[in-house]
Design a binder for this molecule. Sequence first.
Ligand code: RUQ
Ligand code: CUA
Length: 866
Amino acid sequence: MKKHFNKFSSIILSTSLAATALTASSGELAEVMKKRGLSEVDVVRAAKTYNPSGVKDEFVVFSSGGQAGQMLVYGVPSMRLLKYIGVFTPEPWQGYGFDEESKKVLRQGNIRGREINWGDTHHPALSEKDGKYDGKWLVINDKANPRVAVIDLEDFETKQIVVNPVLKSEHGGAFFTQNSDYIIEASQYAAPFDNNYHPIEEYKETYRGGVTLWKFNPKIGRIDEKNSFTLELPPYMQDLSDAGKGVSDGWGFTNSFNSEMYTGGIEVGMPPFEAGCSRNDTDFLHVYNWKKLAELAKDKKNVEIINGHKVIMMDVAVKNNALFLIPEPKSPHGVDVSPDGEYITVCGKLDTHASVYKWSKIKKLIDSKDFAGKDPYGIPILDMKKSLHGQAELGLGPLHNQYSNVDGEIYTSLYVDSQIVKWNYKTLKVLDKVNVHYNVGHLCGMEGKSADPQGKYIISLNKLAIDRFQNVGPLHPQNHQLIDISGKKMDLLVDMPIPLGEPHQAVAIRAEKLHGHVRYPMGTNTRTNEIHEGKTLAGQERIERDGNKVKVYATLVRSHINPERITVNKGDEVTMYLTNLERAQDETHGFTIDHYDVHASLEPGKTASIKFTADIEGVFPYYCTEFCSALHLEMMGYLMVKDPNKKYVSAQKLKMQTMSPEQLKAEYDKTVATNAATDAVIQSVVKFLKENNYEKHEVVKNLVVDAMDQYGKIAEQKKLSDEAVKAGDLEKAVLFENMIWQYMVKTADVGIRAKDALVRLIATKQSAAAAAGEKAFGEGGCGGCHVIGKVSSGPDLTGVLERHGEDGEKWVKDFIMEPEKMYDDPYVKGMIDYFNLKMPNQHMNEQETKNIIEYLKWVDENANLF
Ligand code: RUQ
Ligand code: CUA
């Protein structure tokens, strides 16, 4: 009871507060309205689309990027742009086309060996389950170079491009069947299926249209090219398509605009295509049973193999009752199946009517073989009147349709009238019209072509927004206009200029259906979703050389790239594997090397590689391209490319030649001192190895042999150095001392590896939890800043559990899980100041954290070994 009372009173309280706030601001509101010349209607419209900072949209729209060959993602109702997705066109920010993994995807789109770096994207489609969007996969077609691409909606990356093996131009794709078993892609401009020359005079005999049914595996989100096939069609210039659903599931619909089979010839005095293609009063809607065709395609005797691809010829389809034609008013464009699959609406660009066909009527004619005739290729033609539910006069240039959540309600774009019309496809009554700005093409409803349309909004996709926005030169932006359709009358709310391509069609989905992930499992090749061969953890960074092939295994973590210096020979083929060790979701790093036309975007956990031939000599800085931290500018290194056939004069030598004897003496002393210090490190390692009987362990022994091999070369150099000193040539002595240092570094490198190996062999046995902890430590990127037994970019962790009093373990656990909460703790603050770095939140879960603590205990048990 008390609870209820509280809830109730808080409602009263908040409503009265809101009321006060409104009165308080209405004076200000009136002032703003006056200043900006806004009417009350404007303000209401603004309020309907305004998202306060941090508030998210209800719907997400995926729009084709038209000739830009990419996709746009934006939110509704705010019309705020969220992302571009590189699809057929390189997208440098995302590294798409600039790292090796994405290049492989882009190059899947090569046609007959030719690299193609653009696309004319038209129709995006979202994967479906029972005709409803499931938010998993997105596909889009390329009209110019017949291809279809698949985008994974977990990370919004393009994963696959398939090239149509027989079509030379396409338009009526991509459309998912209702359970995403197939993707429909229909041809546009008829052409021979083979890749040979055929004279245009043989158009009717050798030019063909077709519909390709791409087999799709919705579990892994990939098109299965081997099990896909094409249905041969007459050269009628097929146009848009749609897949049946509900009662018409299993069937496909594709219309056409050149039943005349006209072939142009303006240059020889023939009327142009536009006249010849629209002579007949009707064209043909193609109706085909793709489910039956898919069965037929499984048997070799039903298909012809053209360019390695299965094609079902028209006669086979006709013989098996799988292909029919229905006349439709001339030069139609859109064909759209209703949410239940019963009504099929076709709009004719040159006819003021929309024609609504009824599936049950069509089906009955097919079942009873009630045909009105045959076309020249022997395809049965159904009677138009007998197939029609009816026609509605809509206005000039009807193009495309979308559905709403209201039964029978349909929205159609009128290209010539520049209007959206709302009507009812069952009663055939026009209900409302709204003017849009200019030449509308497609329109986009909220899940408006699915079995479950949501209503609420329609977006009008207008072409070339003349006079609408600031003049940016003769090429105008496009204009997407958001229309509120929740009321009786449509209400145009807002304009959104689109800065690229001609975004033909867009699809919208409820935002709650999308589940993008925020990071990858460590070392993921994001284009294949497999662990990358080049996955590199902290401590595993290395440069490997095999002949003139150099492989660099590098890591990136705030705020350094490891390694920081890479020297190669001119002509070397260099591959760099880059792993982002971060797990924090805001820590994308980018990577580029000046002059080499490479770029990678490395989201947390991702491994990508760049590859280039070091064909020009010089020094090339590389750096992180994302402003990732306060020390982002320091996140850099040098690639040095030297010519092996060239002699380089040492600049150091030049400098020393001009040195005074005193300066030279100081240089010599400094070099000798550095060598002594390095030798001390080597001796301490040697001592450790001996004390712990390294020779008993074969692996360690071999490493020590290697190390001593390097060390053994020092005596010779020392002799030469001492002789030079005796002869008074300090300059020469310094060079020999430098050489000694080189050998020492190599010795120390191998020696330390021997020590690490020995530690592993003689340390106490790790518990399963400690081993898991060490793995988490490695995968989590902790090693990027903490080196056990050493102060590095962060403090040494040996003894860390004892450092914070009795409850040290809890302290460490809290700090790992939520470090930002402890930035003000005086100890932590001191560390932050000292290292100039903040311990990042690597999003370890409780179990991982516990395991890491077990690992740290194991470290402490063996502290004497580190
Ligand atoms: S269709 S012209 Cu979508 Cu209107 Cu391509
Ligand atoms: Cu990483 Cu900037």
